[in-house]
Design a protein around this ligand. Structure first.
Ligand code: AMP
Length: 283
């Protein structure tokens, strides 16, 4: 497994592989790998000749009061897990290499960031879109894989790939969960024992919503009220949003008729957790 620490080394590596007609798949990450990250690598492995993982905690996607400085990291362990998953190159740049002095360009989407997490994290998606655009230009992958766990991010990346004419196939990986249902996240490492139990309120809410909808409930407000009351029974929870929306546009919906996205963000203590489910009332 090659480790490339600068964008020029990474680009040279990719150019050489392309010259040899190798296809490249990219899995962008911020590290501190769990099975969610590994599942994306496993999905990509059979689809390409070269599997590249980028590991970069992107400062541009953190707000001023967010957890940039405490974001968990264990690079040695990440490299061992990546190698085990069959990764052929890890792109491990430092911040100065990605954002040199006088860096001044931002990629901003018009509509998709107005909803869900974008409402509460005003700089987040411009930071994500900018770094992913840079990663696409540096690594030049044929395929890039992102998790459905960050559903809004996935939609934003699909849109920017279309808008900016990247010749890259964007693929989605299913949400990987702990045995008890908690969606895996590097940020779960922040949770105390009590908070870990409260964190389950997110996945349990998604199940509660599915049950209510299967029982014929079509009113998003009614389901939302039930979920809200349910989450509030768990200690240290603070709901940021519960949204029923159109899975493509992310706009709120008035009635649960077709496929809907239910997306939830809850602060458990100081840790912000998200989860979501695509729900089809016909099923
Ligand atoms: P991160 O390192 O948190 O930026 O995540 C890197 C990639 O892994 C993103 O595409 C995430 O959506 C994806 N990811 C994070 N958690 C999960 C999970 N539980 N299941 C599947 N993919 C995930």
């Amino acid at each position: 497994m090659d480790i490339l620490k600068t964008k020029s080394d990474m680009r040279e590596w990719s150019k050489k592989k392309k010259k040899d007609s190798k296809t490249i798949c990219l899995v962008p990450t911020m590290g501190y790998f769990h099975q969610g990250h590994i599942s994306l690598m496993e999905k990509g492995k059979p689809l390409c000749d070269e599997l590249v993982v980028s590991l970069f905690v992107n400062p541009a996607q953190f707000g001023p009061n967010e957890d940039l400085n405490s974001y968990p990291s264990n690079i040695e362990n990440d490299l061992a897990l990546a190698e085990k998953a069959g990764v052929t190159a890890v792109f491990l740049p430092d911040k100065k290499n990605i954002y040199p002095e006088n860096f001044q360009t931002q990629i901003k989407l018009q509509d998709l960031p107005k909803f869900l997490c974008g409402k509460f994290r005003p700089v987040h998606f411009a930071g994500v879109a900018t770094v992913v655009t840079k990663l696409f230009n540096i690594v030049m992958p044929d395929i890039a894989i992102f998790g459905q766990k960050d559903y809004q991010q996935l939609q934003i990346i699909k849109q920017l790939t279309l808008d900016l004419d990247f010749d890259i196939k964007i693929m989605a990986g299913d949400i990987i969960r702990e045995k008890d249902g908690l969606a895996m996240s590097s940020r779960n490492a922040y949770l105390s024992k009590v908070q870990r139990t409260s964190a389950l309120s997110l996945s349990k809410s998604l199940n509660l919503a599915k049950e209510l909808i299967a029982g014929g409930e079509k009113n998003p407000a009614a389901v939302k009220n039930r979920i809200e009351a349910f989450i509030c029974t768990f200690p240290e929870t603070n709901i940021e949003y519960i949204s029923f929306c159109n899975p493509k546009t992310l706009e709120n919906i008035d009635s649960i008729e077709n496929h809907v996205l239910l997306a939830i963000a809850v602060k458990v203590g100081k840790t912000r957790l998200i989860d979501n489910a695509l729900i089809n009332p016909a099923q």
